[in-house]
Ligand binder design. Structure first.
Ligand code: AMP
Length: 281
């Protein structure tokens, strides 16, 4: 049976999502206005829809899996399972108020009018903390609502904070940290769902890893292995030159900067750092 995956048809999540699917090994063509695309090498159909509609389409069973923002799953995806965090589309749902207002913290918002396009999430957050707010649900232009006199504060998505600054707003606190996620309905969990999670997870993991190769005198094996233990143990291969070996290992990309001088000091030479396409541990 064809597995249908709902993916964003525009916006910030579209391009990185298509890249992820391709890097996971799915081959497909996309047209400017195509609503669907079939993978040519797998029984998978992509459904291009608004990121906001994806949680509901998965909950309704129209798609088996969906890629969308965690903020939208919190808002519209009651009962869905987040089966994988995808590591892009990072942002936070944050409360903010005009710089010249008396509001300094989330607790200060008791009794305030708070405008947001994430009404369910915001209602849940403040009622869970016993902070009574007057919720103003809006579909867009949330950040201008205090200036228009419609609200005292807002809750909106923020990544750098420059939009808040441009609108004279000060951030008061985070309601939810978000990133792109893969979601499914637990009632329809099947082998294909876990296979997709493995395939996409292999790419997500690989992005934070590097393959490291170096040559070293045999006497350095122990010191170098201690620095780069790899997934289980480093691979050590004899070189044509006597008493020399090649050592291969997988390291965290964020450790490379600190590791390179230490590996050199321990006797490593001809050090290569390569990207990895996929990692399945
Ligand atoms: P949009 O690009 O407006 O269609 O937003 C779709 C989703 O992208 C949002 O629901 C968030 O999950 C994510 N997103 C929105 N704004 C940002 C941002 N500033 N930085 C990163 N991701 C964002």
């Amino acid at each position: 049976m064809t597995t249908r995956i709902a993916v964003p048809n525009k916006g910030r999540l579209q391009e990185p999502t298509l890249r992820l699917l391709r890097e996971a090994g799915l081959n497909f063509e996309t047209g400017e206005r195509a609503l669907t695309a079939n993978a040519v090498n797998a029984d998978v159909e992509l459904l291009f829809v608004r990121a906001e509609d994806i949680p509901e389409l998965v909950a309704d069973g129209v798609a088996t899996l969906g890629v969308t923002g965690l903020d939208l799953v919190a808002e519209h995806g009651d009962g869905l399972d987040v089966i994988l965090e995808l590591g892009y589309g990072r942002c936070r749902l944050a409360a903010a108020a005009p710089k010249d207002s008396p509001y300094r913290s989330l607790e200060d918002l008791a009794g305030a009018r708070v405008a947001t396009s994430h009404a369910n999430t915001v209602r849940r957050f403040f009622s869970g903390r016993d902070i009574p707010i007057d919720l103003i649900p809006l579909r867009g232009s949330v950040e201008v609502s205090p200036r228009l006199g419609v609200a005292d504060a807002i809750v909106d998505l923020v990544s750098t904070g420059s939009t808040l600054l441009a609108n004279g707003l000060r951030e008061l606190g985070t309601i939810l940290s978000s990133q792109a996620v893969l979601v499914a309905d637990p009632r329809r969990a099947n082998g294909e769902v876990s296979r997709m999670a493995t395939a996409f997870g292999a790419v997500v993991t690989a992005r934070s890893k590097r393959y490291l190769l170096l040559n070293a005198p045999a006497g350095s094996i122990e010191a170098i292995s201690a620095l780069i233990p790899g997934l289980e143990a480093p691979t050590v291969v004899p070189l044509a030159e006597e008493d020399w070996v090649a050592i291969h290992s997988v390291v965290d990309a964020s450790d490379v900067w600190h590791l390179l001088p230490k590996l050199k000091e321990a006797g490593g030479q001809g050090i290569l750092v390569l990207p990895i396409d996929q990692v399945i541990a």
